[in-house]
Design a protein around this ligand. Structure first.
Ligand code: C2E
Ligand code: CA
Ligand code: CA
Length: 565
């Protein structure tokens, strides 16, 4: 397309005049030859050869209708159905008045009546037809994706809105189509192969929208948007779209998936509808047995609920709806377990929903960065509690707090934590920081640097959920940490799953190699406790000893322990 535009930009545009009457050909040619390079053909068949040869340079065809061999109507039809010739405008030449409508219907750009007695009008029409076609190329270029010829995202949304207006807002389906593991395919087989797949999908989408009367776009590298009139039997229709595209892809070993949002009268704006379709499409990303999923009420409720929690978060902070609970940890090295420290775990007492567990909102707040405010609040609460206990009992009870992966990348983390311990007048070593193992894999070097600075300042660091991430032994050895906290899933089946039992053993050995204690959480039963003790674990946390409790109940617990001691 770019090449085409470059050529049509030159001053010399070429016009082909096709007429079996030599005199008429020459007359018409003479009228425009000062402006254009004119070439001639005496019949449709010869004209078609020239058009095919000169398809990149021809700016216009002026076409007589009645000719031997191949008449004007047939030539016009051939040109319109050929994607490479379609862009060349055609002006029809005839003396028949009633041929006008038919020619325009067949896709002629304009119409000039014989005999040619108004040269100025003819010159103006020729110029106009050429300009219009060139403008269309420019528009086509900016609104289309070059590889697939589908709309690009911005124009797609605009045209989809217009389509809604034209169709009186009839129900439509918004579909997001994605190729599974496309980046791997690109890496394995090369970019050209990836492009070929995208083109094939593009072609089937062209076909699909011409069948259904919808629109399609390529919205980013391997993602497509499709906007189609709502299918009553949606699942069946989606199955059909899928098989159509998969057929076009042949045995290329790639699979695709689609997320669908059906507009059922809620009149969301176009971006929102596709955002929902995209959400569903992402949801089934790692689920290779599902090729499509439709946005439904359950998902909608979940989304609304999440939105509500996000909206309520700042008021909740102001109104202190978040409460910090504390779960005791016990050292089990001696015959009798000794209470050593606590973990601070947040709970949200929502005025409407009651108590909400952190599992419900932590990831949500991590996605939009709100977690930073919440964690700062929790750390501050924990620090102030450490001080209160110190005042009350006369000794330090260390408390560990969770540090989200989002905090871990905050350049001001060290400053924030130091401020908190200083304001609450506690020692840095009383605040233990739990950082989940998977945060280390996000950006190992950066986290290692931050952790090193924190330790220099006296903070103690535990790697949380150890065994759930992908740390290499090599990385672990260079890691500045003070404790390994095993992921709960290993403890769960330790009594009846030999493999999990051995894994805990291996992880305990790793901790010994690193010369740090092993903390095991999620311990619920005596059997689990005994096995963990046998394996040499150092510290235990779990319902076996106590659930996470509010601070005042921890007070009671400490008092009882002190009495018993
Ligand atoms: P985590 O840090 O791995 O915390 C351990 C979770 O296990 C806690 O869930 C705890 O209540 C639960 N648990 C403790 N003992 C047992 C047991 O014996 N059996 C079972 N089944 N579960 C037990 P919780 O409080 O719901 O917290 C879930 C996760 O939310 C935490 O996992 C942590 O990743 C996150 N979280 C909690 N509070 C905070 C916070 O203040 N900030 C951040 N960033 N994350 C937090
Ligand atoms: Ca934790
Ligand atoms: Ca954990």
């Amino acid at each position: 397309m770019q090449e085409l535009l470059e050529r049509t930009k030159g001053l010399h545009r070429t016009v082909l005049i096709v007429d079996d009457e030599m005199i008429e050909r020459e007359m018409l040619g003479a009228m425009i030859s000062d402006l254009y390079d004119v070439i001639y053909a005496p019949n449709g068949a010869e004209a078609l050869n020239i058009i095919r040869q000169e398809k990149l340079t021809l700016s216009l065809v002026m076409l007589d209708l009645h000719m031997p061999e191949l008449d004007g109507y047939s030539l016009l039809k051939i040109m319109r159905s050929d994607s490479e010739l379609r862009r060349i405008p055609v002006i029809v030449l005839t003396s028949e008045k009633n041929a006008e409508a038919k020619s325009l219907q067949l896709g002629a750009a304009d119409f000039i009546s014989k005999p040619y007695n108004m040269p100025d009008v003819i010159r103006a029409r020729v110029q106009h037809a050429i300009e219009l076609a060139e403008d269309r190329i420019i528009i086509h270029q900016t609104e289309r994706d070059e590889l697939t010829g589908l709309f690009n995202k911005e124009f797609f949304f605009e045209y989809a809105r217009r389509l809604d207006n034209q169709n009186n807002n009839m129900p439509m389906d918004a579909i997001v189509l994605d190729i599974n593991r496309f980046h791997i395919i690109n890496e394995l087989y090369g970019r050209a192969y990836g492009d070929m797949l995208l083109k094939k999908i593009g072609n089937s989408l062209h076909e699909l929208v011409s069948l259904t009367g919808g629109l399609a776009c390529r919205s980013n590298s391997n993602c497509f948007g499709i906007y189609l009139p709502h299918a009553n039997n949606l699942k069946k229709a989606l199955q059909m779209y899928l098989s159509m595209i998969e057929k076009a892809l042949g045995d290329s070993k790639v699979s695709i998936r689609m997320g669908v949002y059906s507009d059922d009268g809620d009149k969301l704006d176009m971006e929102q509808r596709f955002a929902r379709a995209g959400l569903v499409c992402r949801k089934i990303e790692s689920n290779y047995t599902t090729c499509f999923e439709i946005y439904n009420a359950e998902l909608q409720n979940k989304e609304l609920h999440s939105e509500r929690l996000i909206n309520d978060m700042s008021v909740a902070l102001e109104e202190k709806q978040f409460k910090v609970f504390y779960q005791p940890k016990y050292n089990i090295k001696d015959p009798k377990p000794v209470f050593t420290s606590l973990e601070a775990l947040v709970r949200w007492f929502h005025p409407e929903y009651g108590m909400i567990s952190p599992a419900e909102f932590i990831t949500l707040f991590e996605d939009n960065g709100l977690i930073r405010q919440l964690d700062r609040y929790v750390w501050n609460e924990a620090a102030s509690q450490i001080k209160q206990w110190k005042n009350e009992f006369g000794f330090n009870i260390p408390v560990s707090v969770n540090v989200s992966r989002v905090d871990a990348f905050n350049p001001k983390l060290v400053e924030t934590l130091s401020d908190i311990t200083k304001t609450n007048d506690i020692h840095n070593e009383d605040l233990l920081l739990e950082i989940t193992e998977s945060a280390y894999s996000d950006n190992a070097q950066q986290i290692i640097n931050t952790v090193a600075i924190l330790r220099e300042k006296g903070f103690k660091i535990a790697m949380d959920d150890f065994g759930s991430g992908y740390s290499s032994l090599n990385m672990l050895c260079s890691l500045p940490i003070d404790a390994l906290k095993l992921d709960m899933k290993f403890v769960k089946n330790i009594c009846d799953n030999q493999k999990d039992y051995r894994l805990v053993g291996i992880m305990t050995d790793i901790a010994r190699l690193l010369e740090v204690p092993v903390i095991v959480e999620g311990v619920e039963t005596k059997e689990q406790y005994d096995l963990l003790k046998e394996l040499g674990c150092d510290i235990i946390q779990g319902y076996y000893f106590s659930k996470p409790l509010p601070a005042n109940e921890i007070n009671e617990l400490i008092r009882t322990q002190l009495k018993g001691a």
